[in-house]
Design a protein around this ligand. Structure first.
Ligand code: ADP
Ligand code: ZN
Ligand code: ZN
Length: 735
């Protein structure tokens, strides 16, 4: 393995010089392409294998390179091989990758290579050529001859509702990008499919990218799209792309997209970086979802990149949600000439009504009922009227969903004698008590240990759980329903769905099937069950304990809570037969809180307006652009010292008139910098975390400063040996 390629590759006699994006180590400070020699010119976008240090890595040719200085020419290494059988990655893809790397402050090669399927790294040019030949033989490149061509006149299964028709007409005739604000169950997916049909009918090679936040949602969506499109476009025309696929599956999907064989690609955030040479439409479903933001490496927002990519390709972009992110909502505001506001860059489309099961009757949104927990029996887990409402539904054969965003039995164990609590030794977090296997588990670092028999602090045998998680709620509701009978006289059945019950592949789908078939009367779950699933028989949804998020220090907490509750309410009463009677219950000690008032009226727009007003007053996104410099170290002092030094280096640089990047001082004048502080989660897996916030009313100034900062940060690293890692997070979601 050692030094494998260097001696074995003969240096070309009259070399061409190529700039190649390679996965340079994250903190090498090398952010651009490296120069390699080749015996022939290769087009930009060609995929090659090249030596890097002692390794042999995959690279992407970025273009011709300047010939190196004669002294360096001899040290420049030749490429090892080129994947000639693969069409080069196109200019749009390269522009997207270059933008993502620049904007999110990462090395070009890192982002480029992260966007390629991992299995490609293990193949050589011959193996890949063979695989491509097999694919070409196996899969017909066009639709089966008997299938009718996709045209706008293709038979449609459903008649669109007037709201769907109006939204679609806009999508057809306006440039976008569009924010499709459609109530849960308003038929957004149908709009996506019609928009896809139109794009495919318009252009015989067109490709459509549809993104969803969760892997768990891809099979459902894939089934719907495959049923609609595969008969007309041929097998293999609809592919999935997400991290749950095996490496060979991922490679196959990627190749299908890259060669144009796949016409519809459904995937999670990673799919935004796929090679799609004929991309004509991008859909981002549930666009508000936090999982569109990558939380490690290049911390990109797939939603934001989708909008950028749409512009590059001249593709339509549809962002859809019942509870849009405040960023997208603000960006789609109509013009307000009186205030001199030209409006946002997105076009807002509204579908406020739900589609009933018969496609016409508009099932009402559920009635929201707030339960004042100040007036319930002390210690009641479920208020007596809520319990009665659940029991009545069991008897009637309807289903209820209890939502509690906390898994395990209890969030913490406590000794009343000495005050000991089940703290994680490695994190700033409590370890959660799971009664099922009598363990204490840290949900952050994964540390799992048996529950101690007695208090580790004082030996007291009586250590007690504080608070309540889904395990306990499941147990509690089962007890409370012991004497409740279903219509057929059989006992009530309770089930739980959370990350603990769905760890293995296929478990979630299996459990959801039980709910759909009516085998479950009461479902206890975390936010996992609120995402996108269409439960037709659920007529009662209850948020058991949502108050904590009302007073969180995270400025996005109210936005997230509102979206969660609104989405949860959206699970109820989707069936027209039950629509009228369906209810969303909220147990709270603050029933008059404006958030719950807005929820009661299903008033997303009102809630968003008040939140945006607060954000504007407080100087927060979307009115301010943020970036975090994060540092991790064995000690909090060392992490903060790095951040302080980083700030000082930036000031020095701006003050140094001679070699300051042009405009840095001017840009810095528009950027505010806050002192270094411990991260919200200060200690994680034994590592101390600190961060420094930068904010600016203009993206350009912030970007300018971050670019000037990068080389300084790389330089500082060497002087701060204690730093485990550092990273810049642009447009951070969490603090
Ligand atoms: P959303 O994504 O907005 O929550 P969906 O697209 O899942 O809603 O639609 C909800 C349900 O309504 C689905 O079962 C869908 O098949 C059905 N539906 C959507 N549009 C129509 C229509 N025009 N006529 C009849 N049923 C429809
Ligand atoms: Zn004790
Ligand atoms: Zn931990």
């Amino acid at each position: 393995m050692k030094n494998k390629s260097a001696p074995s590759e003969p240096f070309p006699a009259s070399p061409c010089w190529l700039a190649v994006a390679v996965p340079t180590p994250a903190h090498s400070g090398l952010s651009g392409p490296l120069t390699y020699a080749c015996d022939r010119p290769l087009p930009a976008g060609a995929i090659v294998r090249v030596p890097l240090g002692r390794r042999d890595v995959l690279g992407v040719v970025w273009g011709p390179a300047e010939p190196p200085a004669p002294a360096l020419a001899a040290q420049t290494r030749p490429i090892a091989s080129a994947f000639d059988a693969l069409p080069p990655l196109d200019a749009h893809w390269r522009a997207l990758i270059a933008f993502a790397a620049r904007y999110y402050q990462r090395a070009l090669g890192e982002v480029a290579l992260a966007a390629l399927p991992p299995q490609l790294r293990t193949l050589d040019a011959t193996q890949l050529a063979r695989r491509l030949a097999r694919r070409a033989k196996a899969a017909p490149t066009s639709a089966p001859a008997t299938a009718p061509a996709l045209s706008s006149a293709a038979p449609a299964a459903l008649a669109l509702t007037p709201e769907q028709a109006a939204a679609l007409a806009q999508i057809q005739t306006q440039p976008g990008p569009f924010l499709l604000h459609g109530a849960t169950g308003s038929g957004k997916t149908e709009v996506y499919m019609r928009a896809a049909e139109a794009a495919l009918a318009h252009d015989a090679a067109a490709q459509v990218l549809v993104m969803v936040p969760e892997i768990n949602l891809t099979p459902q969506l894939e089934a719907r799209f495959a049923a609609r499109f595969a008969p007309r476009l041929g097998a293999g025309s609809v592919v999935a792309m997400h991290s749950g696929l095996t490496p060979p599956q991922r490679l196959a999907s990627w190749l299908a997209a890259h060669t144009g064989q796949a016409r519809i690609v459904l995937g999670t955030r990673m799919a935004v970086l796929a090679s799609l040479p004929h991309l004509r439409l991008i859909v981002v479903d549930e666009e508000h979802d936090a999982s569109y933001k990558q939380q490690e490496g290049a911390r990109y927002s797939a939603r934001d990149l989708a909008v950028y990519r749409g512009r590059l390709h001249g593709a339509r972009v549809i962002l859809g949600s019942a509870t849009p992110s405040l960023e997208s909502w603000h960006q789609s505001r109509p013009p307000a000439p009186a205030e001199g506001d030209a409006g946002g860059r997105y076009q807002r489309l509204s579908m406020p009504s739900r589609v009933g099961a018969d496609g016409r009757a508009h099932a009402a949104l559920p009635r929201v009922r707030r339960v004042d927990m100040n007036h319930q029996p002390r210690g009641a887990v479920l208020a007596p009227p809520l319990l009665e409402a659940i029991q009545a539904r069991v008897a009637r054969g309807e289903q209820s969903l209890l939502l509690l965003n906390r898994r395990g039995w209890a969030p913490v164990l406590h000794c009343s004698a000495c005050g000991w609590k089940s703290e994680c030794p490695h994190c700033s977090a409590w370890r959660v008590f799971h009664r099922i296997d009598r363990t204490l588990r840290c949900h952050h670092c994964g540390l799992t240990q048996p529950v101690p028999r007695a208090c580790p602090g004082c030996g007291n045998a009586d250590i007690t759980p504080i608070g309540r998680g889904t395990e306990q709620l499941e147990d509690h509701i089962a007890t409370m329903l012991q004497d409740t009978r279903r219509a057929d006289g059989s006992p009530a059945r309770v089930a739980r769905i959370d990350a603990d019950t769905t760890r293995r592949k296929g478990e979630l789908a299996e459990q959801l099937a039980h709910v759909h078939s009516g085998e479950v009367d009461v479902l206890v779950g975390t936010q996992m069950v609120t995402k996108g699933h269409d439960f037709r028989r659920i007529t009662l949804v209850a948020a058991v304990n949502p108050d904590a998020a009302l007073f969180s220090s995270d400025f996005r907490a109210p936005e997230r809570l509102f979206a969660l509750l609104m989405q949860a309410a959206g699970r109820a009463g989707r069936d027209a037969a039950h629509g009228q009677a369906s209810e969303m219950w909220v147990q709270t000690a603050h029933p008059a809180h404006p958030l719950f008032e807005a929820l009661k009226c299903h008033d997303y727009a009102g809630f968003a307006a008040s939140q945006l007003q607060e954000r504007a007053a407080a100087g927060l996104p979307p009115f301010m652009h943020l970036a975090l410099l994060r540092a991790e170290s064995r000690s909090q002092e060392a992490a903060q010292a790095f951040l302080h030094a980083a700030a000082a280096a930036l000031d020095d640089q701006a003050a140094a008139a001679t070699d300051a990047p042009p405009g840095l001082a001017a840009a810095l004048a528009h950027v505010s910098r806050y002192p270094a502080v411990p991260a919200a989660m200060q200690r994680l897996a034994g590592v101390e975390r600190a961060q420094m916030l930068l904010e600016s009313p203009t993206r350009a100034a912030l970007q300018h400063v971050l670019h000037a900062w990068q080389p300084l940060l790389h330089g500082l690293r060497g002087q701060h040996k204690g730093i485990v890692r550092w990273a810049i997070d642009v447009d951070p979601l969490g603090f």
